[in-house]
Design a protein around this ligand. Structure first.
Ligand SMILES: NC(=O)c1ccc[n+]([C@@H]2O[C@H](COP(=O)([O-])OP(=O)(O)OC[C@H]3O[C@@H](n4cnc5c(N)ncnc54)[C@H](OP(=O)(O)O)[C@@H]3O)[C@@H](O)[C@H]2O)c1
Length: 295
């Protein structure tokens, strides 16, 4: 069986990738903090020696690099660590992929765009407006610099059940289930993506041996407010608890957000058999998986 290393396997997408790829590959999940899988190996991507040792030991044919500092506001206030993890960490992984001729899938973001246009295609010019977006774009550049065999998979607003960390959709569900009113912006648009669906999409990019940049996100542009209302309707919760607001009024946001960073997924749809799900399909799937263990 061919071998695959998944970085950030303790995170949302990483954990779905471990579950999705394990039927096809010998999977090595890696983490830096607390492991989620019993066979997970510690690999702090900022530590070149550690990365090098793990690659030496596993000698993988494939690597999916999901590990990142993903908190957009923390990246703005802790730029040093954001650069260390998202840029230097990616450089370390990319160098080792080149050394072992492993195919690298690097998970990037819609925040590489400025959000003035929306429904971005792969050929559109990048222009990040916050530090998180800048570091993820620099990560893309490191991948291109060191690797020939790579996929850059840009995604948007990941959500799904995860036993440790809440995300936008699970925050909405849990708040409404507890009758807590929430305020959600109605002037911020993206392409919400079910992490389980993205894991299947990435698996197919590996199996099809694709290379290059792909927008791999949910097949629908929506405002956060409308997304929250659709979540409430799907889960039969009280949508009146959701109040719309504007991005300019959100005091908790330190970093600027692109107004409309939704992604056109036409290239991926033309290339892949796996369906890129729209919101209704993915929320239906999320509801089917609903379980007290995964809130
Ligand atoms: N979340 C979104 O809405 C979104 C949108 C667009 C793109 N993306 C991209 O998609 C990818 C996956 O996102 P996600 O939401 O699944 O992430 P997540 O749940 O926040 O998980 C990130 C993982 O990165 C790991 N990590 C952090 N620092 C590390 C280090 N120094 N060394 C090794 N691992 C480290 C963490 O592991 P430990 O806990 O073990 O430290 C964590 O498991 C990221 O690359 C992100 O930039 C996410």
């Amino acid at each position: 069986m061919e071998k695959i290393i998944i970085t950030g396997a303790s995170g949302l997408l990483g954990s779905k990738l471990v579950e999705t790829t394990k039927r096809f590959y010998e999977v090595t999940p890696t983490h830096s903090g607390a492991p989620l899988f019993t066979n997970s190996i510690r690999m702090d991507v900022t530590d070149f020696n550690q990365v090098s040792e793990v690659f030496n030991r596993i000698q993988p044919e494939f690597v999916v690099h999901t590990a990142a500092m993903t908190n957009v506001d923390r990246c703005e206030t802790d730029k040093k660590n954001a650069w260390k993890i998202n840029v230097q960490g990616t450089e370390n992984v990319a160098k080792m992929c080149a050394k072992y001729a492993a195919k690298l899938v690097y998970v990037s973001t819609d925040y590489v765009f400025d959000g003035e246009k929306g429904l971005y295609s792969e050929d559109d010019a990048t222009a990040p407006i916050n530090y998180y977006g800048l570091t993820k774009l620099e990560g893309e550049n490191k991948v291109k610099q060191y690797c020939k065999d790579y996929v850059i998979a840009r995604t948007s607003v990941l959500y799904g059940w995860h036993e440790r960390k809440p995300n936008f959709a699970t925050w909405v569900i849990n708040s409404l289930r507890n009758n807590m009113p929430i305020t959600v912006v109605d002037d911020h648009f993206n392409s919400p993506t079910l992490a389980d669906n993205l894991a299947e999409i990435i698996l197919e990019t590996l199996q099809k041996n694709l290379t290059g940049t792909y927008h791999t996100a949910g097949d629908e542009r929506i405002s956060r407010y409308d997304f929250a209302k659709t979540i409430a309707n799907t889960f039969l919760l009280n949508e009146e608890l959701i109040t719309p607001t504007k991005m300019s009024q959100l005091k908790a946001w330190v970093a600027k957000r692109p107004r409309d960073s939704s992604l056109s997924v036409n290239k991926a749809k033309e290339t892949l058999k796996t369906r890129l799900m729209n919101i209704k399909e993915s929320l239906t799937r999320l509801k089917e998986q609903d379980s007290v263990n995964f809130r």
